[in-house]
Design a protein around this ligand. Structure first.
Ligand code: BGC
Length: 398
């Protein structure tokens, strides 16, 4: 057996818009219903977790996990500028309390892709006023929930929000503009720094950090100088600027799904012979270890928490193999002396995968789209046994 250190954290993650249902007051809902976007279907009732959270938390607790990462929906808590909903805040207080009742530490994300319509329509992330607006939302929310929070994540994958929203056009605001892309970067970094301070100063005592989408950026050919230089430039803007801004934080959230191959003239597609997943990227579980090492190095040794890692697949056995390989990578990093605090599987439930809709299935638990019934998959029972043993068998993973 290869053992994880004592106190290693085991969790699963979701985000409000992907599971709650009927988040009608944010930019994503508007985007899903707008003509001409690439969204394949709207989120609708999602997994109705807004009402079914007690069942989901019971289930997760019974599997032996010790934390649940979820996000609070800004557009519910502050439906119009400066108008805060006590009922919505009370709801999230109940969710935190229910986590604790199931021996799950609440890991709360304050921004996971969605922005209230009033803020999105009034400049969104490319307008500097968002920094104060987001800080005020964090301040009010932590005043209400802070004593129950176990860990806080400020902004989820700011690099993805900025890149897909301003360079690719598959996420709102869908404005392809390099200046606005740069402005959104600056504002997100400033918002992370401000909210970090606000959350540390507010009610409760808990670690605070940012969660970043990372990829194992590989030059092709591996020793080609131009490919290495191109890789470094792409990776700098995709990741390093954010990692550098997180130096000194309590932790850095690493979120990894695959690798990115980069040739001398730019990004390449998948390598021939490597399976490609429904998300369009390669099956490549080894990327987790590579990104943990990278985050540790660039942040100058901020403790790493894997806040997302997983696979969208209909083949649950492939999921088990993917996680097993990724976890061997985590153990390698621990052996090298990197401080890895824990592992969070994305996702607890099959849920709304943004522009892809309900096609990709990342869940450890299946959700019947008609009845909302939950069914635990075999991979969940397997991961549960790893969690309970806090160890992985030595055998070479498939
Ligand atoms: C996001 C999740 C998403 C997952 C799988 C991450 O980019 O934080 O919201 O569902 O990856 O694609």
């Amino acid at each position: 057996m290869r053992r994880f250190p004592e106190g290693f954290r085991w969790g699963t993650a979701t985000a409000a818009h992907q599971v709650e249902g009927n988040n009608v007051n944010n930019d994503w809902w508007e985007w899903e219903h707008r003509e001409g976007t690439v969204c394949v279907e709207p989120s609708g009732d999602a997994c109705d977790q807004y009402h079914r959270y007690p069942e989901d938390l019971r289930l997760l607790g019974a599997l032996g996990f010790d934390n649940y990462r979820f996000s609070v929906e800004w557009s519910r808590i502050e439906p119009e500028e400066g108008a805060f909903s006590k009922a919505a805040l009370d709801h999230y207080r109940r969710v935190c309390a229910e986590c604790l009742a199931n021996d799950l530490e609440p890991v709360v994300t304050f921004h996971h892709f969605t922005t209230p319509r009033w803020a999105a329509n009034d400049g969104g992330w490319h307008d500097a006023r968002i920094v104060d607006r987001f800080a005020r939302f964090c301040e009010r929310t932590v005043e209400h929930l802070g004593d129950l929070i176990g860990r806080a994540c400020t902004i989820n994958e700011p690099n993805v929000v900025a890149y897909i929203g301003y360079q690719v056009g598959a996420f709102p605001p869908g404005i392809l503009d390099a200046d606005l892309w740069r402005a959104s970067y600056e504002n997100m970094i400033a918002a992370h720094r401000r909210s970090y301070e606000v959350l540390k100063a507010g009610r409760g005592e808990f670690p605070v950090g940012l969660t970043l989408s990372m990829s194992d950026y590989q030059p092709v050919p591996a020793d080609d100088e131009k490919a290495i230089a191109t890789r470094d430039t792409i990776r700098y803007f995709a990741e390093d600027v954010f990692l550098e801004s997180c130096r000194g934080d309590d932790f850095i959230g690493v979120q990894t799904y695959s690798r990115t191959r980069v040739g001398p003239d730019g990004q390449l597609g998948p390598e021939e012979g490597v399976p490609v997943l429904v998300m369009g990227y390669e099956y490549y579980p080894e990327s987790l270890a590579a990104t943990i090492r990278r985050a540790w190095e660039v942040t100058e040794h901020v403790p790493v928490l894997v806040t997302e890692n997983g696979i969208g697949t209909d083949d649950d056995e492939q999921r088990r193999r993917y996680v097993e390989r990724a976890l061997h990578g985590v153990l390698d990093c621990l052996d090298e002396g990197i401080e890895v605090l824990g592992y969070t599987y994305w996702s607890l439930l099959d849920n709304f995968e943004w522009a892809f809709g309900y096609g990709p299935r990342f869940g450890l638990v299946e959700v019947d789209r008609r009845t909302q019934e939950r069914r635990v998959k075999p991979s969940a029972y397997w991961l549960s046994s790893v969690v309970r043993a806090n160890a992985l068998s030595d055998g070479s993973p498939g």
